[in-house]
Ligand binder design. Structure first.
Ligand SMILES: Cc1cc2nc3c(=O)[nH]c(=O)nc-3n(C[C@H](O)[C@H](O)[C@H](O)COP(=O)(O)OP(=O)(O)OC[C@H]3O[C@@H](n4cnc5c(N)ncnc54)[C@H](O)[C@@H]3O)c2cc1C
Length: 517
């Protein structure tokens, strides 16, 4: 459905069964869950889908070796189960990846080896292969560029990797396929109540400035790091439940970590887990955990976070990266739930928290990308109870994500589109220039910009370069060069003028500068 048609649905007097605020992993997962159970559902995102934390993750679908160390076995079990479902339901976006823990001290091999055997056991029949101790030679075969000084061997285990923003877009498409209405650039600015209970929201179309009053039987707050500000719209006295920290990733050329295996460092100087992961022809190194005073849609890396990551990467890579090697640096806000607050609180997993306020507003916070489906399931079950709906069972554990297609091969440049790739190819016949590459640094073609506008609700140059394609993360500088062409292609599709193009390019250049060290 086109955006204009969806906007009309906001004015036609519909009372939605569920209105979801926030178009990140949590909101999209909840919306898919609600629509697949047959609820009439609207999703409102103030910016673009996955504009927040959900496009800036480490790109891992994992059980969480970190939680294993903390002894949180139930969470590891839940995550490993969800990992298995995702590989099955979104094979075009999620694939298996091997991780190697390099061993430099005699005790590390047996120590991590035993821990990772437990990980194998917990994965059960959804396991992706047994973990194993590696000799020095085998470690080098998997990670040819690992630091060799003092290297004794390694431990290999298996998890999965994905494209976070593409999964978000595919979830928005799945939601629409199920009859749901996903709207980006619709900001919830207020809430209204009937008899003390939330009965709807005021949503502003940030493109036209028009305000819509939207009615819903239950309102779900999935605003990620911003859930407190949304709760205060319903109840100005609501106590804060979130503290914020940020995590930073560095993007380096793929030659720093050639091959298909990632490095996992179980213990950094500040006691965290660190990853160096091959991703889309580049190497992604992350992450940090730095307390920040407030949530931001565009957090920026601090110089000390970049130093920390470069220092640690240099310990494990034979070629030591320096600031001039950075292709992009991206940061994400981590919402940490510190109290349950409210009444009728349900903490259904130790990783995500559901709160129902006195006003009937349902808030879902915390969790991770890997468990987005389970979070959605728990949230919709609770929301249905709040709205007084009859129980309807969840069907998402077997629901194929939009574009589902197996066996495409990661080398295929349109793999992320899955079963849509064929249509995209055909669409490019309309204009031979759409087959031209956007920029020599990227695998993207001009036709993908047109597709993003026509089929994936891209509205700005940033939507295309940051989330429909991943150009901004893969090489921020090169993406700036591609911006004028993207603006021109979009303007022709959207019927925009030169001024729009110039404003878009200048906004994009400002944004992309923030991804350069
Ligand atoms: C550094 C880092 C690395 C991570 N790596 C991984 C990983 O590898 N694997 C994994 O499984 N998990 C990972 N996670 C966790 C995962 O990324 C998050 O749990 C998930 O993305 C959170 O999604 P969300 O939808 O809750 O929040 P967000 O993605 O932030 O979405 C919230 C959305 O709400 C919107 N919103 C806010 N206010 C309003 C309003 N008033 N009206 C309308 N919309 C509004 C925002 O614009 C935003 O788009 C990582 C997290 C961090 C911080």
């Amino acid at each position: 459905m086109k955006r204009e048609e969806m906007l009309q649905r906001l004015d036609d007097g519909t009372v939605w069964d569920m209105v979801v605020i926030g178009g990140g992993a949590t909101g999209l997962g909840t919306a898919v869950e609600a629509a697949s159970r047959g609820y009439r559902t609207l999703l409102l995102e103030q910016s673009d889908f996955a504009k927040g934390t959900s496009s800036r993750s480490t790109k891992l679908i994992h059980g969480g070796v970190r939680y294993l160390r903390q002894g949180n076995l139930s969470l590891v079990l839940e995550s490993l189960h969800e990992r298995g479902l995702l590989i099955r339901n979104a094979p075009h976006l999620v694939h298996k990846m091997s991780f190697v823990v390099p061993v430099y001290d005699w005790w590390e091999g047996p120590f991590y080896g035993v821990g990772l055997k437990l990980y194998d056991v917990l994965a059960g029949r959804l396991g992706l292969g047994p973990s194993q101790l590696l000799s020095r030679e085998d470690t080098l075969r998997h990670i040819p560029t690992v630091e060799t000084k003092g290297l004794r061997g390694g431990v290999i285990y298996h998890d999965a990797q994905f494209d976070d923003a593409r999964l978000a877009i595919c979830l928005a498409l799945t939601f629409a396929d199920l009859g749901g209405v996903p709207l980006n650039y619709l900001q919830v600015t207020g809430m209204y109540k009937e008899g003390g209970l939330t009965a709807g929201v005021v949503a502003r179309d940030l493109e036209s400035g028009h305000d819509f009053k939207v009615k819903g039987r239950v309102i779900i707050n999935a605003a990620g790091p911003f859930v407190d500000s949304v709760r205060r719209m319903a109840d100005p006295g609501a106590r804060e439940i979130i503290t914020h920290s940020q995590g930073v990733h560095l993007v380096l050329d793929g030659s720093f970590l050639p091959g298909d295996s990632a490095i996992m460092v179980p213990h950094t100087d500040d006691g965290r887990v660190l990853f160096a992961v091959p991703w889309q022809g580049r190497t992604v190194v992350g992450t940090t955990d730095t307390p920040v005073p407030a949530a931001s849609l565009e957090p920026r890396a601090l110089p000390e976070e970049i130093d920390f990551l470069l220092t640690h990467a240099s310990r494990y890579l034979s070629r030591h990266p320096s600031p001039s090697d950075l292709l992009s640096v991206f940061a994400a806000t981590r919402p940490l739930v510190h109290t349950h607050g409210g009444v009728d609180t349900a903490s259904l997993s130790r990783d995500h928290t559901l709160i129902v306020d006195d006003t009937g507003l349902v808030t879902i916070a915390g969790g991770k990308w890997t468990t987005y489906r389970k979070m959605g399931e728990d949230t919709v079950t609770m929301a249905a109870r709040v709205a007084g709906f009859h129980d309807r069972p969840s069907v998402t554990d077997g629901l194929r994500i939009h574009g589902w297609r197996e066996g495409m091969g990661q080398e295929y440049p349109l793999q992320a589109y899955g079963s849509d790739a064929r249509q995209l190819e055909t669409m490019q016949d309309e204009n031979p220039s759409w087959r031209e590459p956007l920029h020599p640094s990227f695998p993207y073609r001009a036709g993908e910009v047109i597709w993003a506008v026509r089929r994936e609700w891209a509205r700005t140059v940033e939507d295309v370069l940051a989330r429909r394609t991943r150009a901004l993360l893969l090489d921020a500088r090169a993406s700036m060069t591609a911006a004028p062409q993207v603006a021109e292609l979009m303007a022709a599709e959207l019927g925009r003028d030169r001024v729009w193009q110039e404003t878009q390019v200048s906004a994009y250049l400002d944004l992309a500068k923030g991804y350069l060290p």
